[in-house]
Design a protein around this ligand. Structure first.
Ligand SMILES: *[C@@H]1O[C@H](CO)[C@@H](O)[C@H](O)[C@H]1NC(C)=O
Ligand SMILES: *[C@@H]1O[C@H](CO)[C@@H](O)[C@H](O)[C@H]1NC(C)=O
Ligand SMILES: *[C@@H]1O[C@H](CO)[C@@H](O)[C@H](O)[C@H]1NC(C)=O
Ligand SMILES: *[C@@H]1O[C@H](CO)[C@@H](O)[C@H](O)[C@H]1NC(C)=O
Length: 279
């Protein structure tokens, strides 16, 4: 008893002290977990709300598109999957859900000329790039992936474009590019970069996916606009462009024209001139 009386207060104090430390620790852990949880789900919620908002804001065409449905078909492609094991085919249902509006004679493809092309198509409504279609405009510039055993969408910690072939973002662009090119009809334009050694690069989406899908049953011609600067590196005689011509489905007419970047910019500022007639 003496022992007990002697030791008890200290033991009590120690126990109380321990309890408070544990308590404080638990509170801290809870605060961190809750705020982390909120941050994570905020990121995912923000991605979904961005997707829906961009989808619904897609011109007036949103009336014909059920954006909630498109979202749920979209996320099924990658949610719960290893982010390096999402092949192109994962987006087949998404492509089937959202058909492209046909834009014969107005379709514009590009490779290594993105800024110039979009600067131009923004000013002149006459050409349609993939990024002007519903899916392209909604997902341009975004990053997303899933995780095994999770039903969430993540926007950070996702594999980069070249980290693995079958990542959700790369597979999406491959699949949607393939569909867009497959729908190409009439006279088609492609802006390629004349300031680089190989304007038709075998590793580009244009060469590896799009050109292979061009079909002479619907497409009449491919008109390459080789965008040059003052110090042009390449011209239309470049061997890579001969390869492009060879790869085209028999029956598609091929043209190539060198046009300066300043000329294209000038064309963009004259919305009154007819489409395509400017260069
Ligand atoms: C072509 O590529 C070069 C080098 O990457 C770049 O500086 C230039 O802006 C590109 N040209 C166009 C028209 O996009
Ligand atoms: C073009 O389309 C036809 C009919 O849909 C198809 O049979 C053919 O294989 C296609 N060609 C190419 C090069 O994709
Ligand atoms: C195209 O470039 C090659 C060199 O790459 C040059 O020999 C040729 O003269 C050029 N052709 C024209 C029409 O500028
Ligand atoms: C033209 O294309 C080939 C690849 O097909 C490339 O190796 C070459 O450097 C290019 N020529 C010039 C003058 O840039």
């Amino acid at each position: 008893m003496e022992h007990g009386e002697y030791r008890n207060p200290r033991k009590k104090r120690r126990t109380r002290c321990l309890a408070m430390t544990v308590c404080a620790f638990l509170v801290l852990v809870t605060v961190i977990a809750v705020s982390l949880g909120l941050t994570l789900s905020n990121g995912a919620d923000k991605f979904k709300s961005t997707f829906i908002a961009k989808c619904e804001g897609f011109k007036e065409k949103s009336k014909r598109n059920d954006c909630q449905k498109i979202w749920s078909v979209f996320e099924q492609a990658y949610v719960g999957r290893d982010p390096c094991k999402v092949p192109m085919e994962a987006y087949d249902s998404l492509i089937a859900t959202t058909a492209f509006d046909p834009a014969c004679n107005r379709m514009m493809f590009w490779s290594k000329t993105k800024d110039v092309v979009h600067d131009f198509t923004e000013k002149r409504d006459c050409f349609v790039t993939l990024e002007d279609t519903l899916l392209g405009s909604v997902l341009d510039g975004l990053t997303w992936c899933g995780k095994e055993g999770s039903s969430e969408t993540f926007t950070t910690g996702c594999p980069g474009w070249s980290d693995c072939d079958d990542n959700p973002v790369r597979s999406f662009w491959n699949r949607v590019s393939s569909a867009f090119a497959g729908s190409a009809c009439g006279d088609v334009t492609a802006m390629l970069n004349g300031s680089i050694a190989t304007p038709f690069s075998p590793t580009s989406i244009f060469a590896s996916i799009e050109v292979k899908r061009f079909n002479s049953t619907t497409m009449k011609s491919l008109n390459v606009v080789l965008v040059t600067q003052d110090n042009a590196v390449t011209n239309c005689t470049n061997a890579s462009l001969k390869d492009l011509q060879k790869e085209l489905d028999q029956g598609i007419k091929y043209n190539c024209k060198e046009v300066t970047e300043s000329k294209i910019q000038a064309c963009g500022s004259h919305p009154e001139t007819p489409c395509g007639a400017c260069w």
